[in-house]
Write a protein that binds this ligand. Structure first.
Ligand SMILES: [Zn+2]
Length: 323
């Protein structure tokens, strides 16, 4: 990889995860060693008559420092990590996209880092995971994007600019598209410049026949509904799959790593653009859906990221489905 691209990728990851200033590991990302990848790269569950397949895109390690949780004392954050047997030096951040197999439809939820993640050894595995699950990129008819952070959209195009899912319509919320495509917003947020550039690389030149902008709050494809969950980013959108009495919610980045942020729903992660709005979305969701028997899938939960959020004395616990 060319040095410039390499640094851009690092900047991208750190900018989306840790806010304005680049930590020192930006120069040497291997400090924390390579993340552990799961043996299985896909995992399938049934929601009524619909199949949901978790697709592993990879994982990275980010420094656990005072910037990661913006509104809790760092000592408290470190103590929790230590109590849970997690590293107190880094956060292991997995990436998981989901495929909805419904009748003849093949609907992909987010697209991972593609050619642009770091470290390259442990990111950009989505197409491989898809193929292990028995599907080709050409089979995908719909891509539903939750938001425009690089780990969710980079995989839409490869380094040569070719669209990875050539037969898919790409659905994006109006608000998300308008925020990130605005030159004024880009100039006003220099700390997010790398992310704005990724959005331009992906969306400039995307044919009108491929791009489908929409207003969240309705059915996007049969049995799949969108809900506005603005806060993490201005147009962050979650998706609900319904089959009979069963529901599956893809909550994307509404909750970051659950060990920290499901347990402490009040904690704010550095990558939230509007943390107050993100918090109220999270509380609202947790107070209703998480107490039903709906399954959830999340992008940064430990693979396969599918399970239930159960209320505990302190916050919520993520109970993963059995693999
Ligand atoms: Zn993310």
């Amino acid at each position: 990889m060319k040095r410039r691209n390499f640094l851009t990728s690092i900047a991208t990851i750190t900018a989306l995860s840790l806010g304005p200033s680049l930590p020192s590991f930006a120069q040497s990302p291997q400090n924390f060693g390579l993340p552990n990848l799961p043996k299985e790269r896909f995992h399938s569950v049934k929601v009524g008559g619909i199949e949901i397949i978790a697709l592993h895109d990879g994982a990275t390690r980010l420094p656990l420092n005072e910037k990661y949780v913006t509104n809790a004392p760092f000592a408290e954050v470190k103590k929790l990590a230590s109590d849970l047997g997690l590293s107190t030096d880094y956060v292991e951040l997995p990436f998981t996209a989901y495929l909805i197999v419904s009748g003849s439809r093949r609907i992909l939820l987010d697209t991972g880092l593609g050619d642009f993640g770091t470290p390259t050894e442990t990111t950009g595995k989505l197409v491989n995971s898809l193929s292990r699950a028995g599907y080709k990129p050409e089979d995908i008819d719909t891509v539903l994007i939750s938001h425009f952070h690089p780990d969710h959209i980079s995989g839409l195009r490869n380094r040569a600019g070719v669209f990875t899912y050539p037969n898919a319509k790409v659905w994006v919320s109006n608000k998300e598209y308008d925020y990130w495509m605005s030159e004024k917003n880009m100039q006003e947020a220099p700390e997010r410049k790398a992310a704005f550039e990724v959005v331009r690389r992906v969306f400039i030149g995307m044919p009108d026949s491929m791009l489908q902008k929409f207003e969240p709050g309705g059915e996007v494809t049969p049995d799949v509904f969108s809900h506005a969950a603005y806060g993490h980013t201005p147009g962050h959108t979650i998706y609900e799959v319904k089959s009979g009495q069963k529901s599956f919610y893809y909550i994307a980045d509404m909750i970051n790593v659950p060990a920290f942020f499901a347990r402490n729903p009040e904690w704010m992660v550095a990558s939230d653009i509007n943390p107050t709005a993100a918090l109220s979305v999270r509380k609202q969701f947790l107070s209703t859906v998480a107490q039903s028997d709906a399954l959830i899938g999340a992008f940064h939960f430990p693979f396969p990221g599918i399970g239930y959020l159960r209320q505990e004395e302190q916050g919520f616990k993520f109970e993963a489905v059995k693999q």
